[in-house]
Design a protein around this ligand. Structure first.
Ligand code: SF4
Length: 292
């Protein structure tokens, strides 16, 4: 029964995403909560919520948009992570955790699987700690006989781009299910070796390639300025895709636009309407997987 409900929620989110791409639909297709400054686009200065406040905030979001896939972004040793994974899982939301490799031991991986984590995205270049984290997750998947999806979230930077292709072979050997090439939040110039590494990595296909089409387009044009340069055509459909809650619980659609909403989420449809309109008319070109 739970599997059926999870499938239904994923299917409904896919329909909403599709509608948003055509400017239709008003409700976000997924909920993203960020517990700390890990993998954030900028410094986090606001006071973080307590775990009970997070639970209230998630319930508020569900009351507005209904059950949707939930992604929790936090350091692997964040104290609230297991409780919030279980909370989302009990509310039938397919839970993805995006986290860092350093504290992700076998015990922590098994704990998160036991709490209901469906997908784990590890932000790593697959160095020593990254390899260990992927091994820990694959071990937890076997030891718990779970259907955990393990994804390598590879941050493409000036320093890592040349080695992007090799990450696919490593990920395959470690038993990961996919690799997401994560375009940077903000642009940087790349040299010829980096461009070649990115091109080879983008040429990787199914089943490991999990990079969104929008991120692929941005990564393929990093030499021209990358994320942050102006688009000359098309629009950002993000306004209909995601509702993000920062560490202080403030709601937003895009982290780069003003209009964050700190009040009750039942008021969010009107409070975030202008924000969503700004997002829809934005002509920046973004490709970070969290945004597309
Ligand atoms: S900055 Fe603009 S293009 Fe980028 S995610 Fe936000 S709204 Fe979309």
């Amino acid at each position: 029964m739970k599997l059926l409900e999870t499938f239904r929620i994923r299917a409904a989110a896919a329909v909403r995403r599709r509608k948003a791409r055509y400017g239709l639909g008003e409700k976000p297709a997924r909920l993203e909560i960020r517990l700390d400054g890990f993998d954030a686009p900028g410094p986090v200065t606001a006071e973080a919520l307590r775990v009970d406040q997070w639970q209230d905030r998630i319930v508020e979001a569900i009351q507005w948009i209904g059950p949707v896939p939930l992604r929790i972004t936090a350091a692997a040793d964040h104290a609230f992570l297991p409780d919030l994974v279980r909370f989302g899982h009990r509310l039938e939301m397919p839970v993805t955790v995006r986290t860092n490799p350093e504290p992700l031991s076998v015990e922590r991986a098994e704990e998160l699987v036991d709490r209901g984590m469906a997908t784990c995205e590890v932000v790593t270049t697959l160095d020593g700690a990254g390899e260990a984290a992927i091994r820990a997750l694959v071990h937890a998947r076997h030891s718990r006989a779970a259907t955990l999806t393990v994804v390598v979230h590879f941050p493409v930077t000036a320093a890592t781009a040349a080695g992007a292709r090799a990450v696919f072979d490593k990920a395959r050997g470690l038993g990961a299910d996919g690799v997401v090439l994560a375009a940077p939040w903000r642009g940087f110039a790349v040299n010829a070796a980096a461009k070649e590494g990115i091109a080879e990595a983008l040429a990787q296909g199914w089943p490991l390639q999990r990079t969104a089409a929008e991120a692929r387009a941005v990564l393929g044009s990093l030499a021209e300025g990358g994320p942050g340069v102006r688009r000359t055509s098309g629009q950002c459909a993000l306004g209909g895709l995601r509702l993000a809650l920062g560490p202080d619980g403030a709601a937003s659609v895009c982290p780069f636009h003003v209009g964050h909403h700190s009040g009750p989420l039942v008021d969010a449809p009107s409070a975030l309407a202008a924000h969503r309109a700004a997002v829809r008319s934005c002509d920046r070109r973004c490709g970070h997987p969290e945004l597309v």
